[in-house]
Design a protein around this ligand. Sequence first.
Ligand code: KG4
Ligand code: ZN
Length: 342
Amino acid sequence: MSLKILGIESSCDDTSAAVLCDAKLYSNIISTQKIHEKYGGVVPELASRAHQQNIILVVKEALQEANLQLSDIDAIAFTKGPGLLGSLMVGTSFAKGMSISSGIPLVGVNHLHGHVLAHMLREKEEATFNPVFPYLCLLVSGGHTQIVLVKDYLDYEILGKTIDDAAGEAFDKCAKVLGLGYPGGPVIDKLAGIGDSQKFQFNKPRIPELDFSFSGLKTSFLYTLRDNQKYDASFIEQNVNDLAASLQRTIIEILIEKLEKAVRMTGIKEIAISGGVSANSGLRNGLLALANRQGWNLHLPKLKYTTDNAAMIALVGHFMYLSGKISNPDIVPQARLDFCDF
Ligand code: KG4
Ligand code: ZN
């Protein structure tokens, strides 16, 4: 008898459903909301409306692609937080409705735990991935930047985190002032590939231990634009590739320096990265080279599992179900959910 988990993710602007059988992925459907692009960021009200429109189709498609009926499913895992409350409520209500009408148990999942396990996801035809614990996970997304010590599938400790902006926010906010739209990370990544990463120097934070800060970098970036635009109105236009490359290099340096410090402090060389920013080609290539030099065992998630998806929620749901962490039917979503909370 295999264990079949239906995963549902709706914490921000991606409506997603996935089916996992014995921890192998049978389907992972993602509907990304394009409507936010023209507003330069996610508009919460529009996000919840779009989830409402998409969720039935997305869940149906996930079951169909896996060739299963709802009655075949052993547990429904859904994102209970953190995220936008209106968005979380759509996924939560949908999962609760399905659970009540079918009698299938519910598992409320912390979205961030999904990111931390995302590199373990394997499709049904692939060999199983057997993680080595403990490992260090650099979680870098639009809302979070932290180094997590992962002691087991469901046992985590935060070693360091950002004291202000997240790395993804730094990409997005700087991209916005360059007029590059939202989300900015992927565009900066692309332009950085053809720019000179040494052309501009931005301030790097001096934060103790393993914490991060990105607000000073953002200010330094803005001042560079302001100072140069005084004399040259076409400064951004003329330098956009070099600005993108220099910004990306600085963000990567900040991330990698702290990760190296975490390795020195813990002696752990089993490393994973996760979250939307872990799709960044400069970060991936930089870490691959470093891992090679330092003898790290580096685990990069597949690109499709770096950003928000239900597959990672189903995977956490799989381990929670096995350890008896079943949710009560009166569970409510939590916009603010601490990393270590289940
Ligand atoms: O994990 P995610 O999908 O959502 C959150 O939970 O926040 O991460 C979204 C973030 C955005 O800030 C986006 O700009 C960034 O990930 N991102 C990237 C890249 N792809 C997505 N940042 C840098 N380079 C990329 N290729
Ligand atoms: Zn996320």
